[in-house]
Unconditional design. Structure first.
Length: 293
């Protein structure tokens, strides 16, 4: 009986220790306490937390499953940190939408309501306007150069939307809208490839019309005209969504196919190079030794 009791106690304690270690490391990561982008070596973590290797390894598996780290093996091993942002939750959002069998017209309707408010918010912020000016100038030029190449044009055009959303002053709005916009962008880029291969991608005049709409949105934002910026953004989104939804509207959101996963990854990588509005953040340095209770 004693051996059986000890086994049950051991089974309970190890997961609890792992969760405590994971909780502390998670808080350190989110507080920016590892600026090197790596967690300390596992031997150092064992010493810091006063635990054995098994619960520490389980804690790292928990964090890896959450997408906060990637554990690398070998001589160059270690736990590489992935700071979460809107991009890091986009795949999870996409999978949730696919799991609920959500159609693209449902996703598009939601974005049509909330994304234009980001244009208005940027127009009202002097900081956002200053940050956006050089970014949209480059993007508009690159988009013009991509006219005639459907997938390339769509990629540049979608980047314009992310530039605006990325400068939205309200952090909660920015993160939530970016996650949805990223999922939509992946669907639209699939549409661009399929439409091009079928000879159904919008003509060059229609591409120029979309670019002109981006120019109007940018102009209204940079002029500080929030109402006109929001109206122009909503009108443009309705028109571009119509083209996609005419072919893809009844499709379920795709977050699992190879193309969708690649698209989400590429969208997230692109977004990582977009400057975000500055927001102060405090950090705290603590080392907690964990023992079984």
């Amino acid at each position: 009986m004693t051996g059986s009791t000890d086994l049950r106690r051991h089974t309970r304690v190890q997961p609890r220790l792992a969760e405590l270690v994971a909780s502390e490391l998670r808080e350190q990561i989110l507080n920016g306490e590892h600026p090197s982008g790596l967690l300390p070596k596992q031997d150092d973590l064992v010493t810091r937390f006063g635990v054995s290797a098994p619960p520490l390894r389980e804690a790292l598996r928990i964090l890896e499953g959450e997408g906060l780290i990637t554990v690398r093996r070998g001589k160059a091993g270690g736990a590489l940190i992935h700071m979460p942002d809107g991009g890091s939750v986009s795949h999870a959002v996409g999978m949730a939408l696919q799991g609920d069998r959500v159609h693209l017209h449902d996703l598009g309707a939601s974005i049509l309501v909330i994304e234009p408010t980001c244009a208005a918010s940027c127009a009202l912020s002097e900081i956002a306007r200053a940050a956006l000016r050089p970014l949209v100038e480059v993007n508009l030029r690159q988009t013009a150069e991509a006219i005639g190449d459907g997938p390339a044009f769509t990629g540049r055009a979608r980047q314009f939307h992310d530039l605006v959303v990325a400068q939205t002053p309200n952090a909660t709005t920015r993160i939530l809208v970016r996650s949805l916009v990223t999922v939509w962008s992946a669907q639209e880029e699939t549409w661009a490839h399929e439409s091009t291969s079928q000879g159904r991608y919008p003509t060059r005049p229609l591409q120029k019309k979309a670019l002109d709409a981006h120019r109007r949105i940018a102009e209204k934002i940079l002029d500080g005209d929030a109402e006109s910026a929001e109206r122009a953004a909503r009108t443009h989104l309705a028109a571009t969504h119509q083209a996609v939804l005419a072919q893809f509207g009844d499709r379920i959101v795709d977050a699992s196919s190879a193309r969708a996963v690649r698209g989400l990854r590429e969208e997230t990588a692109r977004r990582s190079h977009v400057p975000r509005p500055h927001s102060g953040s405090g950090t705290r340095a603590t080392v907690t030794r964990l023992t079984a209770r």
